[in-house]
Design a protein around this ligand. Structure first.
Ligand code: ADP
Ligand code: MG
Length: 597
């Protein structure tokens, strides 16, 4: 006897709902997206018990007439696409025509809707796929859909739901994504999100949880959704090339997170997750953040809809770019350029003095009042450094260098042979000598290597080393990279090679130790690593090895030189590993702490 049967439509919808509707937050997402597609400018989301009891979404969009209302909850019914050509050029958030049918198959629904040019509203009720007739009722124009008791006929799925608070936090996340993505509906022409046109309210158990008025600036909205601190510290950048427009708000290192949850990427008004873009962001922040930290970032991308496919996954958070390399390189370039041209130095904000620490501060203030340094105290002037005392900075910069012009007013103090304390016009800074020199080394190496290969110098005596067959293979496989670095290796008998020339910039590093570490790094990375990221890792290592060490005593002129050289670099706020190189203390902050203001 035949075992196979065709499932009835409600079963099909219930199964489809498994893909689209994972939890109450998915219902909120689908219904809010429908409201936006309907041209709403106001949406009220009202939730009870984390959405387990009620999810109610009311909008002032175009509404539906009686016929549309009875059709909307059937499967594969949509007003948004008509033929295949529409599918290639989707400008609405929905298009699959399955959200309402899925939701209606797993919950109790009451939908009321009225179009603008009708004086009468209509209502439909559906209980897990079983629908009643559409009946006339009275209501304002727009649509209100109440979804009750989600999964109540599917106890296994209902049990899977978490506590009301957890479910509500998922809802808040969806609400947040839509609140930010909505700039598409306001300003279709340019990506400057000056005003966000949606008035949005989120209520939980009758209490207002979020209220976002229309016409807020993007920063104001981010402040309302996250915090003022995050919002105020974002760095803004824009870029438009080859049909791809980017507007980004970039978080600084001090607001970075331990995961990438705070990376909000929007493509034409749709929140998306994309591993190419996440990779581009990570690469762009390389050296600006510690490894394993992720920046807060809001990235708005606008591109023609025919350049990507959004019909990849039912939840539509994944897309497929037809030219993902272009997207990757443009995003990477735009963010990187902005970060490198921005001062990312860490400024210290001391805590408000209180309690015991306040007493100590007051005692110190008192001490300083009594022991005020005399006004005519002379500053010790360092002589300009001779070229012999210079560190390994590019010789071309020597002419521009002038200590008198520098922001440092020639007072240096090296502490614990590791940190340099110096006065600036605004206060003082503490510099990590290794981190700063390493950063400058790294920038220098990158610049030189971009221009060709590193300059090298023949060693007076070639330095020989033994190596295994595997190590010899690794060196052979990476011969181009080694040549680019300006390292010359020659065979020197069985199982032995010699270093004949070594890069001038790395003269502070020990050639044998460098080669040994280089072999280890190349072995560990393997052959399938991207050439660019491999080169970057090698340059990081080189910069670290050739830089001044922590614990190394420096003369005054060496310190002066290091700080003068800092002026010649655009971005030295962090070492290549992302740790800060310089921490600033402002005089205003000190005066506050010492109760002078
Ligand atoms: P899709 O959004 O993919 O078209 P849905 O199942 O979400 O599919 O919705 C089906 C149709 O119902 C939509 O195409 C739209 O015409 C109509 N609709 C849904 N929600 C609303 C709303 N809030 N206001 C007006 N029309 C709506
Ligand atoms: Mg929809």
């Amino acid at each position: 006897m035949a075992q196979i049967r065709i499932l009835d439509q409600n079963m099909i919808n219930m199964i489809a709902a498994g893909e689209v509707i994972e939890r109450p937050a998915s219902v909120v997402k689908e219904l809010m997206e429908n409201s936006i597609d309907a041209g709403a400018t106001k949406i009220i989301v009202s939730i009870e018990e984390g959405g387990k009891n009620l999810i109610s979404i009311a909008d002032n969009g175009c509404g539906m007439d009686a016929d549309d209302l009875s059709c909307a909850f059937k499967s594969h019914t949509t007003s948004k696409i008509k033929d295949v050509s529409d599918l290639r050029n989707i400008s609405t958030l929905g298009f699959r025509g399955e959200a309402l049918a899925s939701i209606a198959s797993i919950s109790q629904i009451k939908a009321v809707s009225r179009t603008k040019n009708s004086s009468q509203a209509n209502c439909i009720e559906i209980d897990c796929g079983a629908e009643a007739d559409v009946t006339p009722c009275s209501a304002d124009y727009g649509t209100k859909i109440d979804v009750r008791n989600i999964f109540y006929k599917l106890p296994a799925r209902r049990r899977f739901l978490k506590t009301a608070n957890t479910e509500f936090s998922h809802i808040t996340e969806q609400f947040t994504r839509i609140a930010l993505a909505s700039l598409r509906s306001v300003d279709n022409e340019t990506l400057t999100p000056a005003n966000l046109g949606l008035d949005m309210t989120l209520l939980h158990n009758g209490r207002e949880s979020l209220r976002l008025p229309a016409q807020q600036t993007i920063r104001r909205r981010i402040a309302d959704l996250f915090s003022r601190e995050i919002s105020e510290n974002l760095i803004e950048t824009k870029n438009s090339e080859r049909g791809l427009e980017i507007f980004a708000l970039l978080g600084r290192a001090d607001t970075s997170k331990i995961n990438n949850k705070f990376q909000y990427i929007f493509l034409n008004g749709r929140f998306i997750r994309d591993r190419f873009i996440s990779h581009a962001i990570k690469e762009a922040y390389r050296g600006c953040l510690e490894p394993n930290r992720y920046p807060v970032i809001f990235l708005f991308i606008k591109m023609p809809a025919e350049n990507y496919d959004v019909n990849v996954h039912p939840a539509k958070t994944e897309v497929r770019f037809y030219n993902s390399n272009l997207v990757h390189s443009q995003i990477l370039g735009a963010i990187r350029e902005k970060l490198l041209s921005t001062n990312l130095d860490t400024e210290v904000k001391l805590p408000e003095p209180a309690g015991r620490s306040q007493q100590i501060t007051e005692a110190m203030a008192d001490f300083f009042k009594k022991h005020r340094p005399s006004q005519d105290q002379r500053h010790f002037n360092f002589p300009k450094t001779s070229s012999a005392a210079r560190l390994d900075m590019p010789p071309a910069k020597t002419e521009q260098f002038s200590i008198d012009d520098s922001q440092y007013t020639q007072k240096f103090l090296q502490i614990h042979n590791s940190f340099i304390v110096t006065q600036t016009h605004q206060g003082f800074v503490i510099i990590d000598q290794h981190a700063l020199h390493e950063r400058m080394m790294y920038e220098n190496l990158c610049k030189r290597i971009q221009a060709g290969k590193l300059e090298s110098q023949k060693l007076l005596m070639p330095e020989s080393f033994e190596l295994s067959d595997a190590a010899a293979e690794v060196l052979k496989a990476n011969s181009q990279l080694i040549e680019k670095l300006g390292i010359e290796l020659v065979p020197f008998g069985p199982g032995t090679m010699a270093i004949q020339a070594f890069p001038t910039l790395l003269q502070k590093a020990d050639p044998l130790e460098f080669i040994s570490d280089l072999i280890d790094l190349l072995t560990e990375k393997g052959t399938n690593s991207e050439p660019q990221s491999m080169l970057d890792e090698v340059l990081n290592m080189a910069a670290c090895k050739a830089a001044i060490k922590a614990g190394q005593s420096l003369t005054n002129s060496e310190m002066a030189q290091l700080l003068a050289d800092k002026e010649n670099f655009e971005s030295t706020g962090r070492c290549p590993h992302g740790r800060p190189t310089t921490i600033k203390f402002s005089i205003a902050e000190l005066e506050k702490q010492f109760k002078r203001t």
